[in-house]
Design a protein around this ligand. Sequence first.
Ligand code: PEP
Ligand code: MG
Length: 325
Amino acid sequence: AQERYASLRELPAQSLCGTVVALHMNAGLMADLPSLPSSGAEGVGLFRTELQFLIRSQMPKRQELSALYARVIDAAGGKRVAFRTLDIGSDKVLPYMKAIEEPNPAMGWRAIRVGLDKPGILRMQLQALIRAANGGPLAVMFPFVTLHGEFRAARAELDKAIAREERLGNPLPSKLEVGAMLETPSLAYAPDAFFREVDFISVGGNDLKQFFYAADRENELVRRRYDMLNGSFLSFLQTIVARCDALGTALSFCGEDAGRPLEALVLAAIGFRSLSMRPASVGPVKHLLRQVDLGKAGAAVSEALAAGEQDIREFINAWLVDNHQ
Ligand code: PEP
Ligand code: MG
């Protein structure tokens, strides 16, 4: 199936009205990197660093990590890689860390919460990333940020790590981008200062959806019950887009939904200009985006949402029948 999209590899996801959507891929292991050139993605929009920790039997050493990240950066061949710091918690338990019993691990002590409370691993990871960048550009994002203060504290750890490298005379990143993943509804209502301070926001739609709908993404009884293309959720996403537009914050979306062509079209229609997805999805999403007029799709979806339409899946399907080239 990838062959079908091979001819699109070097082409942008440019819609008929000229609007371009940047398509990136998600990755987590070295083995994912060869997909970067073949997928047609512009870069790695989400590198899930915890996968490397989860496949090991011991805590990796800083030097090993930095060598690994250097190989990832090298394999990306100059394309941007957004490294997400560890998203571990009670459900993603490191085999070599003491497991903690929590009644509700997805809402528990995970991701940046662990990173800030027990900063040893976070510090090591940040140092490994700075060293791996070796004087080149570096993009880091923190997972599961819920409050502005958490982002500030995480960013302060990064600033400290940079200052330390500087004291040691090591090369500093030529360009540093520090982002936050927006995965809890609360962050959408953080103060303006947060939106100005972050270099970018990446919406983690998998988690954001589960918390928006209060429906566990791991629970088969409820996980498919609420649609991403429901008007309420899309109105919420519109709020995030509007705040980012107003405050000049770079925004992308990196949940699994970004890799489904219809969902990707609607995300682009409500204003997302950067999406990150599994490598095999880049071709199909690009294929659809190149066949529609995003300006018209955007106007139609906004109008439908404003009119209270809830079933945007059905709406966009019907719109495509009428407007597909
Ligand atoms: C998300 O929550 O959408 C996300 C990209 O992160 P993960 O799936 O790793 O939780
Ligand atoms: Mg997540």
